[in-house]
Design a binder for this molecule. Sequence first.
Ligand code: ADP
Length: 464
Amino acid sequence: MNRAYSRELSADTCSIIIPLISAITFIASLLMAILWLQSRTVWHLWALAAVSPLVAYTAVQLIRRDRIESGATLFISAHVGLLLLLIYQEWQPGSSLPYLFAVLIITGSMMRHPQASLIIWGVSSILTAVVIGLSQETFSAAYIYHLIAPTIVNFLLAVFAFLSAYEWRFAVESVSMLHGKARRRRDELFEMQQELSAINASLKALNRALDDARARAVQERDLRTRFMTSVSHELRTPLNSIVNFAHILAQGVRGPVTEEQADYLQRIEQAGWHLLAVLNDLLDMAQIEAGEFKLHLEPTNLHTICEEAIASTQGMLLERPVKLERIYPQTWPLVHADRMRIKQALINLLGNAVKYTEEGQISLHVQPNGRWVNISVIDTGIGIAAEHHERIFQEFTQVDENVARRRIGAGLGLPITRHLVERHGGQITVESAPGEGSTFTIKLPVWSKGGAETAVSFLPDTAQ
Ligand code: ADP
């Protein structure tokens, strides 16, 4: 049993019952004293009216000072005494005054402990018999007969009060257990709430740090983009002049040049073209990063784009023993595309195939496949190891530095190509192994008007 809880309950019960009993005693004895004032002795009633409130006040003060047991005992014993005084003065055979002990018997077990009812019954019964014996001048056995009924009734009430108080204790016990559990749960919840607030605070701090980092990253990206754009623009004009003048000089238009000088001028021109290509890639990349890369989409004839890309590539092959082959379908689907950008993607792939293939062949294979069309660039060049298949699509990545240094490129071609293809709703994949050539495949969605695919018929398969 939770003692503190039980004491708290006893204190609450006492603070209700004590003033109530005392008030009733005070009013009843005062009224009786006033009524009987003329006819008989009433000093004991005055005593009752005066002592009962005094005792009640003292008992309540004790209880307030946490001396609950003393307060309750004082009140009960004082009122047993007052009742005995009343019996001494007023008892007649047949009087119902001894029944009044029932009040103290019942409330006693509530204010103290369950056994208190039986103790009060026992003490009050004995003392009543003694007091009646003392109050009567001659003792008669009939008096005992008159006491039997109230003694039995009071006993039954005492037993009933005892059992009820016990039951009440059990109820209080389970309530106090529940109360304890609820308090523990509340404490746990409070702790959890505090932990949650702490986590919340650190999350907020983390969010702020993330926002700061994001803002810094955006700032840095913008700075890089601005730098790339302005450097590319600044370099393009002088580079164009270098390329053009080198070309003119190499032709011997402005005066004769030796073979060696012509060779040097051609190299200057080639390097210039390379630099211009790199600048174009840098500009594209800057636009992509700034989110300013715009596409002009329209239903587009893929065949024309493929032919134009092949024509641009042919010039790059020079004297190399590499065969350029087309594998085309009979029916070409239309694609919803920006023709310049798709051509740029194809030229990037074909250009890489040329760069990394010394001999053998390069094929452009176009194959419609339901709602998609696959465009593959297949070469028999140096190939790429599987661990580099993802890396090559990252900016400024060149797998083999030694090979790359000898060839044109800045490691931007594939990232730009991937971006172009994905912006068209397509995908780019690579299949390759060192020494076994490479196959880069662009998968583009077929253009459909109102859901129906559109196709254009062309010449039969052309292979070269
Ligand atoms: P680069 O301008 O250097 O060619 P890319 O982004 O186009 O840059 O290609 C990145 C890298 O991928 C190249 O440096 C090369 O190592 C590899 N690569 C691309 N295409 C091929 C290919 N057809 N055969 C072998 N390696 C390739």
